[in-house]
Write a protein that binds this ligand. Structure first.
Ligand code: NDP
Length: 293
């Protein structure tokens, strides 16, 4: 069997086009422009790339984009003051503080200082609680992108066995809530899980969010399963360059899976597309307008 490739890049382009249409209508009908503020503290190279891409794509869909680049030794008080200022800025509907923050800053404190309605990453404890209780919330972008691709591929996910490898607050746990919300039977595996290969083999849906290059081989994957590879790992490539690989061994997994997301070109592009969609949603909610589909 050769797996269908779930083309996250094409899907993300489609999401961005729909967001851009909606943004144009908001502007024409209501004189509104959704605004996203991204805050980057320090000079982490991977974060620099993400922030640059986010800014560019925000512009491309017609939104207002603001970047705040702060020095690595920024104090917690100064960062909290910036967030407080953005919380009350009427031109800003979404606020994203790029993680990881330098060690001297308390990430939980900073994230929980963001106005929940503007928390487009969905990491504020209010949004976590709303999602966990099935209420309207801001949904974390990476798991939301994964869910959209799974729904698109399968239609209904009801009754499917989903195994998520990884229990982080930003991917594994919210992914579990979303799949539970779509009536999957959900298992969350992690570094202490016994017989991980057996657990993964039982899954109709495997979501790998571990951060270990190519850790999940094809012989862990059940015949015909759908594999969503969240991992982004940089390995040394040819000519001193780096190459990106996922948490799944793509070549062997694609031989048994029914469908699989590539790395790059799978989950990554969907994450930013969902960030833009969340910013649009936040703008609509803030102005009492109907939300995008
Ligand atoms: P974390 O490091 O926060 O979490 C990793 C999880 O994997 C932990 O729950 C850990 O278990 C588990 N784990 C580690 N080793 C093993 C093992 N040997 N067997 C089973 N489970 C294990 O990572 P994130 O969730 O933040 O990110 C995961 C991956 O996804 C990374 O590659 C990251 O780069 C990528 N990512 C991609 C995004 C995208 O847009 N595509 C966005 C966000 C992340 P335990 O809790 O027991 O330690």
């Amino acid at each position: 069997m050769t797996a269908d490739i779930i083309d996250g890049k094409a899907f993300a382009a489609d999401v961005r086009a729909r967001v851009a249409d909606h943004v144009a209508r908001l502007s024409a009908d209501h004189g509104l422009t959704p605004g996203l503020a991204v805050v980057l503290v320090g000079e982490d190279p991977a974060s620099e790339v993400y922030v640059r891409n986010k800014g560019r794509q925000t512009h491309e869909v017609g939104m207002h984009s603001v970047e705040h680049r702060l020095p690595v030794d920024t104090s917690e008080a100064d960062l909290l003051a910036l967030v407080a200022q953005l919380n009350v800025d009427p031109a800003i509907h979404g606020i994203l503080v790029q993680l990881p923050l330098p060690d001297h800053l308390n990430s939980d404190l900073v994230i929980n200082s963001i106005e929940p309605a503007k928390d487009v990453d969905g990491f504020h404890i209010s949004n976590v609680g709303l999602l966990g209780t099935g209420q309207k919330s801001m949904v974390p972008c990476t798991p939301l992108g994964c869910l959209m691709m799974l729904r698109h591929h399968h239609g209904s996910l009801s009754g499917m066995n989903a195994v998520i490898v990884g229990r982080s607050n930003i991917v594994g746990k919210p992914m579990a809530q979303l799949l539970l919300g779509d009536s999957c039977t959900v298992t969350i595996a992690h570094s202490r899980t016994k017989d991980l290969p057996e657990v993964v083999r039982r899954a109709d849906i495997v979501v790998a969010a571990v951060g270990r290059p190519e850790m999940v081989p094809g012989d862990w994957i059940g015949e015909g399963a759908t594999v969503i590879d969240v991992g982004i790992n940089r390995l040394p490539g040819e000519g001193g360059k780096t190459r990106l690989v996922g948490d799944v061994d793509y070549a062997s997994a694609a031989e048994v899976a029914g469908a699989i997301t590539p790395v790059p070109g799978g989950v990554g592009p969907m994450t930013i597309a969902c960030l833009l969609a969340n910013t649009l949603t936040a703008c609509c909610r803030a102005n009492g307008l109907p939300e995008p589909e």
